[in-house]
Write a protein that binds this ligand. Structure first.
Ligand code: ARG
Length: 472
């Protein structure tokens, strides 16, 4: 008896809302392990929205009285205020956001509060909350991406005629307009927005009414709830509605792609900022120094964005793994979807916010870009094309130019610095007009097809992009 007593005091325990059929309350440890209120309380606003819409429907269908609805509405309103002002007392013992709010409602309004959970389960309730949260998050992320696109557009517009080396295999390949390079990211982000818009359609379906898993025997009106909460439609199968999280996985996949794009951009900024490139300077507020090397200015923000991409990719895998072996319908495993999802939303949103700021305030060293484009024989392809247009088969022209490059390399100069006489030693087809071809601006200007780097094409692309971003 003594031993038993001691055990009980070690494993402290508490009574639960649902503990009617339990002999023994859960231990503190299990309580901590199973509770989600620490993180799901961020869903409170959506939980209240969902509850109010549910109550409105219960009243409209005569399941609860109009008087109950008024009282519930007032109670929920007060709870919303308490949460917003930080006065609400969250309790771990009440497990999650739903039970915390419901308990407070019952304390405030009594029996009407106890009737709110009629024809509903936490299983369809949580699925609804997450969808409402994610829908709002998607809308916010889309506007953040668009802000970043605007910043990119502004910068691209200033640098249509700025020449930089374009790379393949990280070797100088052909000169490109810096504006063109920036617009590549605009395109990636545009697809990211398209993906999110598409994903939002599948997020925007109402699970409520599925109840625990099998639907409900009450004469509910799901369409009414959907309409009140702004859902496009209702989930068509109750088992699916409470158990699947594919909409969240899809969002995480979209987010992983956007972060991947930002990570590539980060990698470029890090390279461009290194003194060996010297193409750009980031404002001091985006960098930090070294504790040992006084000369250092480190690109912490892009490095972290690149690093955080790993985390976002990890969240995608977490959610896929979370679902993969779950039998239908709801399982508590699903509680584990939240932290990954929330962190994905937070990390992506913050990264986008910082990047728009970076692009609004970045220093571009045009001369360093141009100088780098002059190295590495970036106009060699133009030379080959010149010969091809004079009827030398392209493969032969390639060979001729390769030899000329080797010669120039030995001399330690650029192709454009070779005399006409020297160039003619490689092919008699070369004439004085070759020099306009071998210049960086000549090379860029010649790539004048849709999607190419010619400044006139880049200007056109920017104009179209502006229409899309400002008018759509
Ligand atoms: N906290 C739970 C979750 O996040 C809510 C649903 C719990 N349902 C249940 N029957 N235990 O998924």
């Amino acid at each position: 008896m003594k031993i038993l007593k001691k055990k009980k005091s070690l494993v402290r325990s508490t009574k639960k809302t649902w503990s009617g059929r339990f002999d023994e309350p859960v231990s503190k440890l299990v309580q901590r392990y199973t509770a989600s209120v620490e993180f799901d309380r961020r869903l409170a606003e959506y939980d209240i929205q969902g509850s109010f819409a549910h109550a409105q429907m219960l009243s409209a269908t005569g399941i609860i009285s109009a008087k109950d609805l008024v009282v519930i509405g007032k109670g929920l309103h007060q709870i919303q205020d308490e949460i917003q002002s930080g006065k609400f007392k969250w309790s771990l013992e009440l497990e999650d956001v739903h039970l915390n709010i419901e308990k407070r409602l019952i304390d405030l309004v009594g029996d009407a509060g106890k009737r709110l959970h009629t024809a509903r389960s936490r299983n369809d309730q949580i699925a609804t909350d997450v969808r409402l949260y994610l829908r709002a998050s998607i809308d916010n992320i889309i506007s953040l991406i668009k802000n970043m696109q605007k910043a990119i557009l502004e910068l691209a517009e200033k640098h249509v005629d700025t020449v930089m080396p374009g790379f393949t295999h990280m070797q100088v390949a052909q000169p490109v307009s810096f504006g063109h390079h920036l617009m590549a990211y605009f395109e990636m982000l545009k697809r990211d927005v398209e993906r999110l818009i598409d994903c939002r359609k599948r997020v925007n379906k109402l699970p409520l009414g599925a109840a625990a898993l099998a639907g409900t025997s009450y004469p509910i009106n799901r369409k009414m709830v959907a309409q009140k909460l702004g859902f496009e439609d209702i989930c068509k199968n109750s088992l699916d509605a409470v158990s699947d999280r594919d909409f969240a996985i899809e969002f995480c996949a979209c987010a992983a792609l956007t972060m991947t794009h930002l990570s590539r951009l980060s990698e470029e900024l890090i390279l461009w900022m290194s003194p060996s490139f010297g193409f750009i300077k980031l404002n001091d507020r985006f960098c930090t120094g070294s504790s040992i090397m006084p000369q250092k200015k480190n690109p912490d923000v892009p490095e972290l964005a690149r690093g955080k991409t790993g985390r976002i990719n990890g969240h995608l895998i977490s959610l896929l793994t979370l679902i993969k072996a779950q039998p239908l319908a709801y399982n508590k495993d699903n509680q584990e979807d939240k932290e990954a999802l929330f962190d994905t939303v937070d990390t992506l949103s913050e990264t986008l916010r910082i990047y728009a700021d970076i692009f609004n305030d970045i220093f571009i060293n045009k001369d360093a870009m141009r100088d780098a484009a002059k190295c590495g024989y970036s106009t060699a392809t133009d030379f080959a094309d010149y010969l091809t247009k004079r009827k030398l088969p392209f493969r032969d022209a390639h060979e001729v130019v390769a030899k000329a490059v080797r010669y120039a390399e030995k001399k330690g100069c650029d192709l454009s610095m070779l005399t006409l006489h020297e160039l003619q030693r490689f092919s008699p087809l070369v004439e004085q007009d070759i020099y306009s071809i071998l210049t960086l601006d000549g090379s860029i200007k010649s790539r004048n097809q849709t999607g190419g780097t010619a400044p006139s094409q880049v200007r056109k692309a920017i104009k179209q992009a502006k229409k899309y971003i400002y008018l759509k």
